[in-house]
Write a protein that binds this ligand. Structure first.
Ligand SMILES: *Cc1c(COP(=O)(O)O)cnc(C)c1O
Length: 504
C-alpha cells in the first residue's frame, strides 16, 4: 500500500482532481492555529449575543476556559470501555444523576450522548425494542405532533418506523392532545410531546398526552432537548411551569441537551428512561465476532472522554444557583423583548412562548403572514449584524423568524428592538419577493427521485444556489422559492445544495 500511494502523486489526475485535499509535508502549529482563527472571521459570532440560533452563550467568559481545560484533561480518554477508563462511568453517572435529580424518578437510568439527535434516536430505538418484546409490535409507528423535532423523522427513517403526524392547534401551536390520543394504534411504539417545541417554543400538554399513551400501554417520550435544563430553573425563580419530567404519569423517557441551556460545548446531551429495563433496549451488544466483546450503550463506538468531562465541569461549576441566575437573565430578556416585539407594527408573536424561544411572523398590510417580509427582515437584520433564523411555512403554520434567547442576549434587547424597527421599515421598502409561477408549476410536476443531475443543477443555478459567486448574501429569493416547492422536492434540492458545499 505505501508503495502504491507513493507512486500516485506523479499521476496528473490526482493533483488535478483533488488539489485542496493534498496533505502538505507538514506546517508549523502557529501557522495552522492562525489559519483556523482566520477561517472563523466569516462565521456568525458565537459569543456576544447577536446570533439567535445555534449558539448558547452564558455570557460568562470564564466558562469557555473551564470547558476547554476540562476537555483537555480527558481528550485522550476513550469512552468506549469504562472498565479500562472507570473515570468515564463515574463522570457519566454524575451527569445523568444530576439530570435525573431534576427530571427523573427513583430508579431512572440513562446515558450521556453526543446531542439531541442521538438522544432521540436512542429513545426511539429503545421504544421500538420495547414495543416488539412487550407487545409483539413488528411494524412500529411513531406518533408525532407536527411540531415535533425533525430528529424524530430521522429516527423513524433510520430505524424503520412509520411516522404518524398529528397537526397542532393552529392558534396556540401546542400539540392537540385528543388528536394525538386518537392517532394511537396497536402499532404505536412511542408518542412524543415537546417541552417546549423548537419551532415555536411552546410547551405541549405533556400530562394529557402521556396519560393517553399510558391508557393504551404505549410509551411516551418528552423532548426536553431545549427546555429540560432551562424550564426547571425558571420554576425556581417562581414562574409557573407545568411539570414535564418522568414524574408526570405516563412519561417514560426524556431527552435533555446540555449543549443548549446547560452551556456545555457541543456534543453533550442526556437521554433518561424511567428504569433500566427500558434503557436495556437502547444498548447494542455483540459477542459474535473474534474481536473484543462489544457493548455500546449509545450510537458511537470509540468516543471522546473530553466531551463528557467538559459537560460535567460546567454542570458542577454553575450548579443550581448558577443555572437559576442564568435562567432569570433569559427570562428578563424575554420579558423585555416580547412587549417590544408586539408593539412593532405588523409583527405577531406565535403562541405563548414558554420562556427562551420566540417565533414571530410579519403581516402584510392585508393583515396576513407575509413570507417575503419575513425573509427580507431576516436579510435586513443580517446586514445589521444579527442572525435570526427563518422558518418556512408548513401545513398552514405561518413562516416566521425564530429567536433563541440566551443570557448573553439579555443586554442586547434594546439595540435589537431598535434595529428590528429599522429593518422592518427597510423590509417593507424592498421589492416584494415574487416566485416565478412557472417554476412552482414545474416543481409540482417533478419527481424528486427521478431528477437527473442536470435537472437539479439547472434548478439550483436558477435559484442562485449553484455556488457561483459563493453563498447569496440576500437569502429571501432563494428561501421563497424553496417555500413554494413540495416538501420532497425541497428536501432533494437542499440535499444537493448542502452536498455542493461539501465538495472536494
Ligand atoms: C436541538 C433540539 C433537538 C436536536 O438536537 P441536536 O442537539 O441539534 O441534535 C431536538 N429537539 C429539540 C426540541 C431541540 O431543541
Amino acid at each position: 500500500m505505501p508503495r502504491e500511494s507513493a507512486a500516485e502523486p506523479t499521476e496528473p489526475t490526482v493533483s488535478a482532481v483533488r488539489p485542496a485535499s493534498a496533505l502538505p509535508p507538514g506546517r508549523p502549529a502557529e501557522q495552522l492555529l492562525a489559519e483556523l482563527r482566520d477561517l472563523r472571521a466569516a462565521d456568525a459570532p458565537t459569543r456576544g449575543g447577536r446570533t439567535f440560533a445555534y449558539v448558547y452563550d452564558a455570557g460568562l467568559p470564564d466558562l469557555d476556559e473551564l470547558t476547554e481545560a476540562a476537555y483537555g484533561v480527558f481528550a485522550t480518554v476513550n469512552g468506549l470501555d469504562p472498565t479500562v477508563f472507570p473515570s468515564v462511568a463515574r463522570l457519566e453517572n454524575d451527569v445523568v444523576g444530576a439530570v435525573s435529580a431534576i427530571l427523573g424518578v427513583p430508579g431512572a437510568q440513562g446515558s450521556f450522548t453526543s446531542g439531541g439527535t442521538e438522544s432521540i434516536l436512542l429513545a426511539v430505538k429503545a421504544a421500538r425494542g420495547h414495543a416488539r418484546s412487550a407487545r409483539g409490535v413488528t411494524r412500529p409507528q411513531l406518533v408525532l405532533p407536527s411540531t415535533a423535532h425533525a430528529a424524530f423523522h430521522k429516527a423513524a427513517h433510520y430505524l424503520g418506523l412509520e411516522p404518524v403526524v398529528v397537526p397542532v392547534d393552529p392558534l396556540t401551536f401546542r400539540a392537540d392532545a385528543p388528536a394525538v390520543a386518537n392517532a394511537i394504534t396497536e402499532r404505536t411504539a412511542l408518542v412524543v410531546a415537546s417541552a417546549p417545541s423548537y419551532a415555536h417554543g411552546v410547551l405541549d400538554p405533556v400530562a394529557e398526552i402521556a396519560a393517553a399513551a399510558e391508557a393504551r400501554g404505549v410509551l411516551c417520550h418528552v423532548d426536553a432537548c431545549i427546555g429540560g435544563w432551562f424550564l426547571p430553573f425558571l420554576a425556581r425563580v417562581g414562574l409557573p411551569i407545568e411539570p414535564f419530567g418522568l414524574s408526570v404519569p405516563g412519561v417514560t423517557s426524556i431527552s435533555v441537551d446540555l449543549h443548549k441551556y446547560g452551556y456545555a460545548h457541543k456534543g453533550a446531551s442526556v437521554v433518561l428512561y424511567r428504569d433500566a429495563e427500558l434503557r436495556r433496549h437502547q444498548y447494542f451488544a455483540y459477542a459474535g465476532w473474534p474481536g473484543y466483546p462489544v457493548v455500546n450503550p449509545t450510537v458511537q463506538g470509540t468516543k471522546s472522554g473530553g466531551l463528557l468531562a467538559q459537560a460535567w465541569a460546567v454542570l458542577h461549576h454553575l450548579g443550581h444557583d448558577g443555572y437559576t441566575a442564568l435562567a432569570r437573565r433569559v427570562a428578563l430578556a424575554a420579558d423585555q423583548l416580547l412587549p417590544g416585539l408586539r408593539s412593532l407594527d405588523g409583527i405577531r408573536v406565535l403562541g405563548d412562548p414558554a420562556g427562551s424561544l420566540i417565533a414571530f411572523t410579519v403581516h402584510s398590510s392585508a393583515g396576513t403572514p407575509d413570507l417575503g417580509l419575513v425573509l427580507h427582515l431576516a436579510d435586513e437584520m443580517r446586514e445589521r449584524g444579527w442572525y435570526l433564523q427563518p422558518q418556512l411555512s408548513c401545513d398552514g403554520l405561518p413562516p416566521n423568524l425564530h429567536l433563541t434567547l440566551t443570557p448573553a442576549t439579555s443586554d442586547r434587547v434594546e439595540p435589537l428592538l431598535a434595529d428590528l424597527a429599522e429593518a422592518l421599515t427597510a423590509a417593507r421598502a424592498c421589492e416584494p419577493v415574487i416566485v416565478d409561477p412557472a417554476l412552482v408549476e414545474l416543481g409540482a410536476t417533478l419527481d424528486p427521485d427521478t431528477l437527473t443531475p442536470e435537472d437539479v443543477a439547472g434548478f439550483l443555478a436558477f435559484a442562485g444556489l449553484d455556488g457561483a459567486g459563493g453563498l447569496p448574501t440576500r437569502t429571501a429569493p432563494v428561501l421563497a422559492l424553496l417555500d413554494a416547492l413540495p416538501p420532497r422536492l425541497k428536501e432533494r434540492m437542499l440535499t444537493e445544495f448542502v452536498g455542493s458545499l461539501f465538495r472536494i
